[in-house]
Ligand binder design. Structure first.
Ligand code: 13P
Length: 259
């Protein structure tokens, strides 16, 4: 299912790394190395405290700014949380939602993720919804069931008119930070499944247009073959996005080099 054009997106998730100064410098180095004629999109997701520095550093470039999380409430007594409106005010256009580290370490459920999706969409932030199975789930043949449940949960009660801009990131948990990338075929198969689910929930137009990123040990030396897959529309990159030269190679991936 890859018959229409979907603008590729390469996103860097900087997780809980870097000082304000380091984040600003890294963003500036990436901006400097960007091909001015780049046709696809680039997104940087620093920690909350580094959003401002990165916003300043990428001003005037075609890069977008994302948070790594968002609260579902608009304002009030929610110590430690950041609202969608505050993220927009800080220059974010996107918010990562439901990352496996949020699910596992911070015990986020599909219900919470659904509330975050609704709040982000209502405020005009583009969600980058993360889904993915653990190693145990993959080994017990539950991958597709898990992905289906996570997608049903995240999109529950959200009308089709509201999902046009939503981005999905398939991130198998066993591939995150482990150096164990899904093979291009494993990723492609999961992406086809995600697109089929997207069609079941919202119909063919959405399924054909929704961008599905792959995440999990994407590196400068494996991005070309991943991006050569017809249903992989981009990458959500952790560790490799913290090194300007490596991330620039990821951004400027070259599927044509794949034999
Ligand atoms: P790594 O690229 O470090 O495996 O992290 C992937 C990830 O979790 C991106 O959100």
């Amino acid at each position: 299912m890859a018959s229409i054009h979907r603008t590729p997106l390469i996103a860097g998730n900087w997780k809980m790394h870097l000082t304000v100064k380091e984040a600003g410098e890294l963003a500036a180095a990436i901006k400097k190395g960007l091909d001015p004629d780049l046709k696809h999109e680039v997104l940087l997701a620093p920690t909350f405290t580094n959003l401002h520095a990165v916003k300043e550093a990428i001003a005037g470039s075609k890069m977008f700014l994302s948070s790594q999380d968002v609260c579902w409430e608009e304002k009030g007594a929610f110590t430690g949380a950041v609202s969608p409106a505050q993220l927009l005010d800080a220059g974010c256009t996107h918010a990562i939602i439901g990352h496996s580290e949020r699910r596992k370490i911070f015990l986020e459920t599909d219900e919470v993720i659904n509330k975050k999706m609704k709040a982000a969409i209502k405020a005009g932030l583009t969600p980058v919804l993360c889904i993915g199975e653990t190693l145990e789930e993959r080994e017990s043949q539950k991958t597709y069931r898990v992905l289906e449940t996570q997608l049903n949960g995240a999109f529950a009660g959200i009308p089709v008119l509201d999902v046009a801009k939503v981005i999905i990131a398939y991130e198998p948990v066993w591939a995150i930070g482990t150096g164990k990338t899904a093979t291009p075929q494993q990723a492609q198969d999961a992406h086809i499944f995600v697109r089929r689910q997207a069609e079941r929930i919202y119909g063919k137009d959405f399924a054909l247009s929704v961008r599905v990123l792959y995440g999990g040990s994407v590196k400068a030396d494996n991005v070309d073959e991943l991006m050569a897959q017809p249903d992989i529309d981009g990458a959500l990159v952790g560790g490799e996005s913290l090194k300007a030269d490596k991330f620039l190679r990821v951004i400027h991936y070259q599927p044509a080099l794949v034999r």
